[in-house]
Write a protein that binds this ligand. Structure first.
Ligand SMILES: Cc1cc2nc3c(=O)[nH]c(=O)nc-3n(C[C@H](O)[C@H](O)[C@H](O)COP(=O)(O)O)c2cc1C
Length: 381
């Protein structure tokens, strides 16, 4: 099968994966409103809160420029001191060996080949050390959840430093896990031949249901620390020299707190619609966050990125780079490492076409004026 879009990977993966895993990867929380919105905001109706502070309704339209010599594009950039080949990375997604035996290593190696950043989840089925050994060339960040057991959390931070990870991505939108109804129905558990490889004993094999719902949700309630506040960023900063990026920020107010507490960057994210349902799409809140902190922090975004135009729209609205979650899993399920290499190649090519057709030779040429809501045109008539 020829893969020419992310949907092609998704379709094939839907056939390849067994139900427990497929439902886990694709689900959003609650009625899945936010899950749908993440995508629709790029495609159809979007409400953008523009700098003036009012809401405009309409389709997100691109305003291309022409006759600007796009024969040689320059799409590499620097993020937190690291050179990356193009402004897309792989977001942390837990338990990737359910998708393919190569698991996280397939995604990390493919990211390395493409010159992209890979983020390893705390809840990975490959340990920090094994991943670092298998993908030494890749720029790797470690996604951290804070456990009630702070000594255990500290040991994860130390291991990330020792294994050569370049940043800590603290996920802040998951004091408890969102209610993913399919996981509850399926009584989701990690297949018994797999484990959470960053841990030993109970913590490694503990994603099974004790009380009859989602095993993952029960694990999170028993292990993650829901008392965490912004003050804990201070604690984390004392522990490590690694830059701290907070993932899961959706408001200007929290972005400002991230700046105040000395974070290096933010990932504007609603966890792929898997946590609080009814939050806006990430592309909708991006402008207010960029306006508040864009000059001081690296602002990145994930949620619903599926094609080159999406990357271009996010960059035009002020993100410095974007991440994909589910697409990396669909590609892994289709063909392991080769599948992800194909996916990243396809997205790179698609982004280059978007740039060329909007008259952008470099990333700096992508301007906010290139993205307008449809209503802006209606008002001109
Ligand atoms: C199956 C699955 C597992 C995820 N696991 C984690 C995780 O362990 N840690 C985390 O911070 N985010 C996790 N996320 C959220 C992603 O990092 C990312 O925010 C989201 O997938 C982006 O949206 P997209 O899937 O539409 O690209 C997960 C997402 C999915 C779909």
């Amino acid at each position: 099968m020829a893969f020419v879009s992310v949907s092609d990977f998704e379709q094939k993966a839907s056939v390849e994966l067994e139900k427990n895993a497929l439902d886990y990867y694709k689900s959003g929380a609650g009625e899945q409103l936010t899950l749908r919105l993440n995508r629709e905001a790029f495609q159809r109706v979007v409400r953008l809160r523009f700098n003036l502070g009012f809401w405009l309704l309409g389709l997100l339209r691109l305003r291309p420029r022409c006759l600007r010599d796009v024969s040689q594009l320059e799409i590499s950039c620097m993020i937190l001191g690291h050179h990356i080949e193009f402004p897309l990375g792989i977001a942390p997604v837990a338990m990737q060996k359910m998708a393919h035996p190569v698991g996280e290593i397939g995604n990390a190696r493919a990211a390395g080949v493409a010159g992209c950043i890979f983020i390893l989840s705390t809840l990975a089925t490959t340990s920090l050390e094994d991943l670092a050994a298998a993908a030494p060339e890749t720029c790797k960040w470690f996604q951290l959840y804070i456990y009630k057991d702070r000594a255990l959390t500290e040991s994860l931070v130390r291991r990330a430093e020792n294994a050569g990870f370049k940043a800590l991505v603290l996920t802040v939108d998951a004091p408890v896990f969102g209610q993913r109804r399919d996981d509850v129905r399926n009584k989701f558990s990690l297949p018994s031949h797999l484990s959470l490889a960053n841990f030993h004993g109970e913590l490694a094999s503990g994603v099974v249901s004790v009380i009859g719902g989602s095993g993952l949700s029960e694990y999170v309630v028993s292990q993650f620390d829901p008392t965490v506040t912004w003050q804990d960023i201070k604690w984390l900063k004392l522990l490590t020299h690694l830059p701290i990026i907070v993932k899961g920020v959706l408001t200007a107010e929290d972005a400002e707190l991230a700046r105040e507490f000395g974070c290096a960057g933010i990932i504007v994210s609603n966890h792929g619609g898997r946590q609080l349902d009814s939050t806006p799409a990430t592309i909708e809140v991006l402008p207010e966050i960029v306006k508040a902190v864009g000059k001081d922090l690296v602002v990145m975004l994930d949620g619903g990125i599926r094609e080159g135009n999406d990357i271009l729209k996010a960059l035009a609205l002020g993100a410095q780079m974007v991440f994909i979650g589910r697409p990396s899993i669909w590609a892994l399920a289709c063909d392991g490492l080769r599948g992800v290499e194909q996916l990243l190649g396809l997205l790179r090519k698609d982004f280059e076409i978007s740039m060329a057709l909007t008259g952008c030779r470099t990333l700096a040429d992508i301007q906010a004026t290139m993205v307008v809501p449809e209503s802006a045109y209606r008002r001109l008539k």
